[in-house]
Structures are given as structure tokens and as C-alpha cells.
Design a protein. Sequence first.
Length: 266
Amino acid sequence: MQSVPSYFQPDVIKLERLTKRYDDVTAVDGLSLTVEAGELLVLLGGSGCGKTTTLKMINRLIEPTAGSIRIDDDDVLASPAHELRRHIGYVFQRIGLFPHMTIAENISITPQLLGWDADRMARRVDELLELVELDPDQMRDRLPDALSGGQQQRIGVARALAAEPRVMLLDEPFGALDPLTRDRLQDSFSRIRRQLGLTAIFVTHDMVEALILGDRIAVMDAGRLVQIGTPRELIHSPNGDLVRRLMETPQRQARAVDALHENADS
């Protein structure tokens, strides 16, 4: 039996001077950071800061111009990209479910490519539907357009987990959802990640989401890393105006809500 590379196990992700250039535009500029095993690192920043480009380079959807990407001790650039992707869970904002395939078929795509037998795939589908809090009997044979947006995003998470990855990459997965559904899915994903011990990188431009979900937050601007630290560290010790403004926004919103409560009670 062929040995399984170590990046298929609980991992440390290490980026060293990762760079992506498009002609005269540098989308990611010498980015270096480490994600510890079992950690959720949030990439936070405005549009065009390089966070999604970074995520796609880790999964080889975009090839870097320079630098290295290592998962555990393996250079992911030295392996076939399609092999890497089959062992890293990826969740998109637009979900990308195949409309002509049932929910069970959508979830089973990667296991089928890996040669799983039908019984194993069926068991895995039901396990994952239960994990994302959906009834397998009601869901497995339905088509995506019969589901709500929140249900479809839960299926997107289940599909990303289908081949039992230890690394997940999430690109603004809850950004298009209404606030109540988004809040429920944030709670659900946090539970799943801790239950499975996943190492994850989560892209968002939402400061509150970053503070709630992230073990650490990496703030990016113009393709560069501005500051990385725990939510508490960024709130109490911002290293510049950009980070200070980002962290002040949710605090200002919280104070405004508190003021509304105080006025209602007076």
C-alpha cells in the first residue's frame, strides 16, 4: 500500500515569503506565517488585500510566483495539485453544488475519486449530514435547488469534509447568508472544527466574524501581512492605524447596541 504523505494527518501549515504577481500587480507580497495544528487562523482584510489569493495558492488553485508552502514537512508545490486538493477541504462562498446531482452524490464526489466503495460512501454521507445537523432520510436524495441557502452551505461544509481531511480552507463561506442563518452556521462550524480537530484557514472581511471564530487573526493589506495575533492581542495592542480602525468597528457597534438597550430601559 502506498504511504500517505504527512500532510494528510493533523498538520502545521507554513508559508514562507509567498508571493503572487500578475504582470505589474503584486497580489501577495512575501507573506510568511504559520498555522498550528488544530488552529483556526482568520485572514482578515478588505477587498483586494490578497487573502483569497493566498487561500487559493495553498490549495494550488493559483500557482505562486515565488515562495514556499509546506503542510507539516511536505512541500505542497512538489506534489500533483489534484492529489493535494483531494485531501484538503475547501468551502466556497457560492457553494458550487452541482444542480443535477443529489445531495448524496454531491457529498460523495471526492470519495468517489479516491476509489471508496458504495457502502463506505453511503455511510459517510449519512454521518456528515448528521454532523451538519441535517436529517439524512430527508436530504440525501434531494436536489440542491430544493434546499434553502443555509442548508446548501451546510452541504458545502459536508462535501468539504467527505474525504476526512485534516485541513480546511474556507473562503467567506457564510458571507451571502442572512444574519440569523450566518450566526447558526458559525456556531455549527466552530463545534464541528473542534470536534474533528481540524486545522483551518478562514477568509473574511467581517471583523465580528473574525473575532468570534479565530484562534488568531492575520490582518492583510495590499498583499502584505500587517499584524497577526489573538483577537485579544489585536484589540488591545494594534500595531497601526489600519488594525486599530478594524478592531474599533465592532466595539463601536457593540456600544451603540448597548446604548439602545439603556435608552429602552430608561
